[in-house]
Design a protein around this ligand. Sequence first.
Ligand SMILES: NC(=O)C1=CN([C@@H]2O[C@H](COP(=O)(O)OP(=O)(O)OC[C@H]3O[C@@H](n4cnc5c(N)ncnc54)[C@H](OP(=O)(O)O)[C@@H]3O)[C@@H](O)[C@H]2O)C=CC1
Ligand SMILES: O=C(O)CCCC(=O)O
Length: 486
Amino acid sequence: MKTLTQPALLKDKCYINGEWHSAASGKTEDIMNPATGEVITAVPFMDDTEALKAIEHAAAAQIGWRSELAKTRSAILRRWFELVMANQDDLALILSSEQGKPFGEAKGEIAYAASFIEWFGEEGKRIYGDIIPENIPGTRMTVRKEPIGVTVAITPWNFPAAMITRKAGPALAAGCTMIIKPAPQTPLTAFALVALAEEAGVPAGVLQVITGDSIAIGEVFCESKTVRKLSFTGSTGVGKILMRQSADNIKKLSLELGGNAPFIVFDDANVNAAVAGAVVAKFRNNGQTCVCPNRFYVQSGIHDEFVEKLAAEVDKLKIGNGMEEGVDLGPLIDEKAHESVLKLILDAKEKGAVQATKRDLVTNKRAPFISPVVLTNADDSMQLCSKEIFGPVAPVYKFETIDEAIAVSNDTDAGLAAYLYTQSINTYTKVSEGLEYGIVAVNTGAFSTEVAPFGGVKESGLGREGSMYGIEDYLEIKYVCLGGLS
Ligand SMILES: NC(=O)C1=CN([C@@H]2O[C@H](COP(=O)(O)OP(=O)(O)OC[C@H]3O[C@@H](n4cnc5c(N)ncnc54)[C@H](OP(=O)(O)O)[C@@H]3O)[C@@H](O)[C@H]2O)C=CC1
Ligand SMILES: O=C(O)CCCC(=O)O
């Protein structure tokens, strides 16, 4: 078992106004390692009292932070990026211990998380305004982009590092302050990241992290008039609650919600490439990613070959404690997730789905491990066709025509990511343009990067994260009209 090089990175307190705090109530919540069931530590269970205090500190810190030169903020973010990369192994160990993903994958997430700090630190120096050619004599018309103010982030457990930096990176670079409420399962990565931000020189109150009563803290965040923006990644149901709660003060929202990604394979696809892409896309983070394919649509001519090859590859994946060498899939996040995924598989089997993989479903009754499965004969009467699976299950549906593939893919309230495999330029053009999704991946199973926009349409959310567009969500446009000139 690996040990931390910097044990001080394992914090068990919240970070408010530059200091580490327990909850005023003294309450704590245990943090478990999902692979072993062991308690790693306990963290503060804070509530509305601390949320209100953090907002006050964020508002006070906002004044100085927005006045700093973009170049100064950028230099601090650069140091934060370098510290995150210098502590990549320790951060990955903390992340893997509380979340369960394999150590190598956790290291990849830390590098991905760091890339948002680096990228937005650089973008922050390029927040240009505009000069409008005036249409009224004696005027000058200009546009400035200004930081929106105090912001908050509610983040999920599936990417405990990257979902924080994808929000905090642009917020801080734009001159906003941010309070983070990480998922209750994975606060330790958040604490460690914020400890490194402090070391990098992020001033007190600019970046804070609190854990505890999600509902009470969420209400304070939404109802506060001081908080001008909320960014949330998580389920569509909770996104809708937060949107309703934020309506009274017209808060700006970024919502990165659930997906129901189709993965379409046409007869003319390179089947080996499609299988390799399917494994990468579907089994990343044990299927617990909102862009993991949820429905595999495979054209009839290539269907049997694709299923046979995919099942063979999936049967090779090694399940286990993510800290062990060679493990591809860790546990699911908790028992609730395990039960939910198992129910979807059993429902599909009852309705006629056939398991193409060979392993038994449940491999370890002491922890939430589940075998990865490929199911054929799937149809839209099965719950997993419309519900986000969030687990290592690949249901395969057969289709005949291009129009049918587009229609079934779009027949969902979600619209985050879609995948297609074809070698035809006509099919590529027609399908990529016909899909109602924020992201379309063609002949690849991987597309996430800090330089490209991530986000969905329909009930998958609002706004885009990452890329040159991601910082816009933390800026307000101010039009200044100067009149009376001679
Ligand atoms: N888009 C994505 O990346 C993600 C999608 N999901 C989807 O959601 C399903 C359930 O996962 P789950 O973790 O329960 O996701 P949730 O959307 O329920 O939770 C996400 C975060 O929001 C918090 N939260 C829940 N209710 C409120 C509220 N009323 N006010 C403020 N914060 C709140 C949670 O804290 P608490 O747990 O304490 O309630 C957690 O930190 C998954 O199976 C998956 O389908 C989940 C995670 C990420
Ligand atoms: O929303 C998620 O599930 C995490 C984002 C994954 C990614 O950035 O690829």
